[in-house]
Design a protein around this ligand. Structure first.
Ligand SMILES: Nc1ncnc2c1ncn2[C@@H]1O[C@H](COP(=O)(O)OP(=O)(O)OP(=O)(O)O)[C@@H](O)[C@H]1O
Ligand SMILES: [Mg+2]
Length: 314
């Protein structure tokens, strides 16, 4: 059931998939220093910070798909990156299988990194244009010292698992020779070749052609079932979140304002902002179309003083 809308730290009930959560986040904060110009620094003016993630608490059960939804700048990507320690949290706790990641030294983090993988929005930027697809995957395996005697086989297995088959056709290809959908498949192949447990997918289909979006989402769904993966699925697209996620967390100004099972978030939103987001989903029937922008603005006014801008402090 979704939790009360006005609590700062919302964990929501973890999906009922066993005892220990795979990931447990408590009161997580990520602050970024705002840049100031030289004159302001000379005058001793404080630059302040952006509270990109502002006291998030949630549990992630093994095998579940948690959607993170919210408007631009609400802190979705920063939360996803912090989960994998790609940005350093300013405070709070992230426990992965009971081990605290916040404050963990990079040398201890390294062996865990292969278990926590990320797929970004832009597959082109995720691949080195001067490396063949085969080289990109075998390089990741080399870095993590996996399959030392049989890397070619592991590369081929990963490619075929994501539908880039026959593998020998794709191994020598450079990213520039692939379509957007094929590039995203190659990125996913590289991630799964490392045997991850958690995949944070940050808008993984939003830059792709409409015709391949459903196929990539279908592939992620299939991989989840076959490999027992757990996903954090970051998106603006509520329709895909409804199809793909077991639970959804709604972010607003760095906070999770509501979290709950997907059906309950859609059928019984508790927070006015969630309600407004749902109303903003385009309605194909012009006779029932709602004034979406107006309801989001009104919900923002009810939600807090910052008027849609990121929270700042200091
Ligand atoms: N490296 C950074 N340095 C300074 N500020 C940052 C940095 N990364 C993110 N921010 C700020 O933190 C806030 C949250 O950004 P974030 O990218 O997490 O939002 P988002 O919800 O993913 O947005 P979008 O939907 O546009 O991708 C924004 O105000 C952003 O400007
Ligand atoms: Mg983002």
């Amino acid at each position: 059931m979704p939790t009360k809308p006005d609590t700062a730290a919302v964990t929501g009930p973890p999906a009922d998939r066993g005892s220990e959560p795979l990931i447990s986040i408590r009161d997580l904060h990520v602050n970024f220093a705002l840049r100031t110009n030289a004159v302001a620094r000379l005058l001793g003016r404080s630059s302040g910070t952006v509270r990109a993630v502002d006291g998030v608490s949630l549990d992630l059960a093994q095998g579940e798909v948690l959607g993170i939804v919210g408007e631009s700048g609400s802190g979705k990507s920063t939360l996803g990156r912090a989960l994998l320690r790609l940005v350093s949290p300013s405070g709070g706790s992230i426990r992965y299988r009971g081990r605290e990641l916040v404050g963990m030294h990079e040398s201890q983090l390294r062996p865990m990194r292969r278990k926590l993988q990320m797929v970004f929005q832009d597959p082109h930027a995720s691949l080195n244009p001067s490396m063949t697809v085969g080289h990109a995957i075998s390089d990741a395996l080399r870095i993590h010292r996996l399959y030392p005697g049989d890397r070619d086989r592991a590369v081929a297995d990963a490619l075929e698992r994501v539908g880039l088959a026959p593998a020998e056709r794709f191994v020598p290809k450079y990213p520039g020779e692939l379509s957007g959908g094929q590039k995203q498949r190659a990125v996913i192949a590289r991630a799964i070749s490392l045997g991850p447990e958690l995949l944070v997918a940050d808008e993984p289909i939003s830059m792709l052609d409409m015709s391949v979006r459903a196929k990539i989402l279908g592939l992620l769904d299939e991989l989840k079932r076959d490999l027992g993966l757990t996903y954090v699925y970051i998106t603006h697209d509520l329709a895909s979140a409804r199809f793909f996620c077991d639970r959804i967390a709604i972010m607003y100004l760095g906070k999770v304002i509501e979290i709950g099972p997907t059906a309950e978030i859609f059928d019984n939103p508790r927070h006015p902002y969630t309600e407004a987001l749902l109303k903003a989903v385009p309605d194909p029937d012009p006779c029932t179309r709602r004034p979406a922008a107006r309801s989001i603005r009104a919900a923002r006014r009810r939600s807090g003083p910052a008027g849609g801008r990121p929270a700042t402090c200091g």
